[in-house]
Design a protein around this ligand. Structure first.
Ligand SMILES: [Zn+2]
Length: 473
């Protein structure tokens, strides 16, 4: 099946990733650990852009950026250089942003996503390093704000801006691209995606192969899909009414789920880029081989390995390798019990219970899930009891073995089930007659009685088999 893209939709994303696992900011020694601090307490003359202050490049930031570039299959530039991008905005104390212009650290890469019609390659145009501006907090909504507060704690944090080709053909593909990108960055250990401001996207959107509109300020996967659905619909309706799409920048209002026109699109010359005179060009070509060696196994490679090594299907392998923490957790479990059982219990059951409670895998231990799997596969408890144990651990705490005892979850002995089956049949002659007369449903009634007699501790499937065997005797 080939996806025809009937509305000529093209989506490109510019994703800003904050490399918040660095200890200090891009050009100064201020700590990056500001998320729980008072506003404007992690600042110095450099990140405030005070006159006379000079930037000193954080080499670790360049190393992290090279790592990202390599993981995105990019070419790394031989020699990198910073530029000043000049514009006036209150979040930018220097009136220019130090960024990269004609020597981006990485270019010409690709990410493979699950597209509308199978595997889909999204080109990476470039990835460059730049500093994060301050944070503006508007009082009310951005288009009707009475005033604005500025917090410079974020100013000067290292960002890497990853620009894709306009290769996505639907909001779903754009979302998958963003998820895949997050997964890769998560593997690299260069950022913590749970921190506020860790990842933000601007989207370029066009329909009917026309001019593109930029939608800014998208900060979540769900937000991205909603913003794109809205913007595509808006453009299509506009064109159908005979309107023309003009290049402009729009803001996504997450609360209202709409995009609002902010300004016509800036041209590059509006920014008056020029080389940053306070930072010398930096030759990084010799760094690359060493950094390449430190690259971890990435999601695609891990997925393939899981399928081969553990005999997992594609769906399980994919679900278990999206997050590095889950992948590591699974491998520990799989080293102690049958890997296929491990996949079912970690991927289908535990992850479902965690998602429902909005918890991460850290909320459960390998030891406890192994205990549950062993209880079930050792035929000591039913699968339903296994699920109940997981829920109890998450909601009330405790160890699987204790919960088994406290709740009396041990499966009842075989002969107790047999006795219950005999009693249920003897006590319900009408149901038996109905079943023998062709009423299939009566069987469920009898099995239900067996489950009642064993207080639910019999395995329903086994009980059913025993009833059938007895009736067909
Ligand atoms: Zn500083």
């Amino acid at each position: 099946m080939v996806y025809e893209n009937p509305d000529g939709v093209r989506i490109g994303l510019e994703v800003h990733v904050q490399l918040n696992k660095l200890k200090t900011k891009l050009f100064c020694g201020c700590s990056t650990d500001y998320h729980d601090s008072e506003p404007n307490t992690h600042v110095c003359p450099v990140c405030l852009g005070l006159p006379g202050s000079l930037p000193v490049l954080n080499e670790k930031a360049v190393e992290f950026a090279i790592k990202v570039g390599l993981a995105l299959n990019c070419n790394i530039v031989e020699q990198t250089q910073f530029h000043r991008k000049n514009y006036y905005y209150p979040d930018l104390p220097k009136n220019f942003q130090t960024t990269q212009y004609d020597f981006p650290i990485a270019a010409n890469g690709k990410i493979i996503i699950e597209g509308e019609d199978g595997e889909h390659v999204v080109g990476i145009t470039r990835a460059h390093i730049e500093e994060d501006p301050a944070r503006l907090q508007h009082m009310g909504t951005i288009d009707r704000s009475k005033g604005t507060l500025i917090n410079y704690n974020r100013s000067g944090m290292t960002l890497i801006e990853i620009v894709s080709e306009p290769d996505m053909r639907s909001p779903k593909e754009a979302r998958r691209y963003l998820e895949k990108l997050k997964s890769i960055l998560d593997y690299l250990g260069v950022f913590d995606g749970d921190l506020e401001g860790a990842m933000k996207a601007d989207a370029n959107v066009s329909v009917f192969w026309g001019d593109r509109v930029e939608v800014k300020n998208i900060s979540s996967f769900k937000g991205l899909e909603r913003a794109l659905l809205y913007e595509i619909m808006r453009q299509k309706n506009h064109v159908r009414r005979g309107g023309e799409i003009v290049m402009e920048t729009r803001h996504f209002d997450e609360a209202r789920g709409v995009t609002i026109s902010m300004r016509t699109k800036e041209e590059e010359h509006d920014y008056r880029y020029f080389p940053e005179p306070d930072l010398v060009p930096l030759r990084v070509a010799d760094w690359v081989p060493g950094i390449r060696e430190t690259l971890p196994e990435l999601p695609d490679a891990k997925r393939e390995r899981f399928m081969e090594q553990y005999g997992l299907g594609e769906t399980h392998a994919r679900a278990l390798t999206t997050e590095i923490k889950v992948a590591n957790f699974f491998e520990e479990v799989a080293s102690k019990v049958d890997p296929k059982d491990a996949a079912v219990w970690v991927s289908d059951i535990l992850k479902g219970e965690l998602n429902y409670r909005e918890l991460s895998i850290d909320a459960f231990t390998v030891e406890d899930i192994v205990a549950v799997v062993e209880l079930v596969t050792g035929n000591k408890i039913t699968e339903q009891s296994g699920v109940e144990i997981i829920r109890t651990v998450l909601d009330d705490g405790g160890k699987p073995q204790e919960i088994v005892e406290k709740k009396g979850l041990l499966k009842v002995e075989d002969d107790i089930v047999s006795t219950a089956v005999e009693e249920a049949i003897a006590e319900n002659p009408e149901a038996v007659a109905d079943y023998l007369g062709g009423k299939e449903k009566s069987l469920n009634f009898i099995v239900g009685k067996v489950m009642q007699k064993t207080k639910g501790r019999a395995d329903a499937r086994e009980a059913r088999e025993k009833v059938l065997a007895k009736l067909n005797d």
